[in-house]
Write a protein that binds this ligand. Sequence first.
Ligand code: ASP
Ligand code: MG
Length: 416
Amino acid sequence: MALIVHKYGGTSMGSTDRIKNVAKRVAKWHDAGYQIVVVPSAMSGETNRIIGLAKEIMADPDPRELDMIASTGEQVSVGLLAIALQALGKKAVSYAGWQVPIKTDSSYTKARIASIDDAKVNADLAEGKIVIITGFQGVDELGNITTLGRGGSDTSAVAIAAALKAQECLIYTDVDGVYTTDPRVVSEARKLNTVTFEEMLEMASLGSKVLQIRSVEFAGNYRMPTRVLSSLTDPLMPLAEEIISGTLISFEEDTNMEQATITGIAFNRDEAKLTVFGVPDKPGIAYQILGPIADANIEVDMIIQNQSVDGKTDFTFTVPRGDYNKAMDVLNASVKEHIGAGNIIGDAKVSKVSVVGVGMRSHVGIASQMFRTLSDEGINIQMISTSEIKISVLIDEKYMELAVRALHKAFELEAA
Ligand code: ASP
Ligand code: MG
């Protein structure tokens, strides 16, 4: 019998009425002959609320205790959903992460899954039970409760699906799929029927916040077909329709992809750029500049080093805007101390816009089309970076939406 994992986000679990709707949907799938494991999030707002309580007491609470608190939101959800299913006459059982167990490392508030035991769950499924497992949490070697980072229930669901060798992992959420770009920026954005996990990884890391990025990595590593679909539809809608709704995150060779050149336009509003002028062009400089930034736990994204003139060069990189001030302080200290470079300047009002698509592998001229489009709009490109399936540019934040709209049009993404 085919096993399907369902994941429901906070909005979908947001009230007892919504939980009853989730139960109806799950029961419908079960009636159709599927084995079902459900991985819900906490009710919407709940994780923020309980973490907020801890922060009322202390600004920077002990991460172990934070996880003890944060993990309880999901525990309420699974119990409520089990009751809702039982009220419909289904056999259902809920488990916290430690009961399965879902073992993780001990990095509280951002733990990584190490292993998932399938024995208990498989035994329940064999008895015809619907199994409900908390998202977001696990247990470390010493028996401490851990959490996987905000939005971590997505990762729990895909990891559980992989461990149980499910046929598909369905992520029910408050949007009905993955779009060519954010429909709030481009109203003509189109829902994609399929997207490859590599494209999804780029889109997720570039700011399309539909899924936690680690869940997409899991889907890729374990080749778990994962579908994003709406939980706000009629829970009793015909299964045949529901099965093909949303966006399937799949594998290039498994699908006859629409083979558009470009799949989507991703963007990230909140970037910042730092430049060190006149650094000596000699071995070890990039390391001396970026080492302290990494030590301060700041993620560096784009990097450019110029051609050197008279033995000196300029070095520019980007960081998340929230880390800008910290990065500036670290840079000032380390550059003054070790490198003896000239000025440091920064700009915290830059955004990144990217065109993404596996079709890029087999088409030439994507970059020039992108640059021509931006040039036609009079938008200056400050930095460029590329991968096999993506071209990103850094631009002034005030032109970001204009750039996204112009590129969406130029690559004809609204066309069906
Ligand atoms: N409840 C957790 C959070 O809000 C995990 C999740 O919803 O995915 O971050
Ligand atoms: Mg979420």
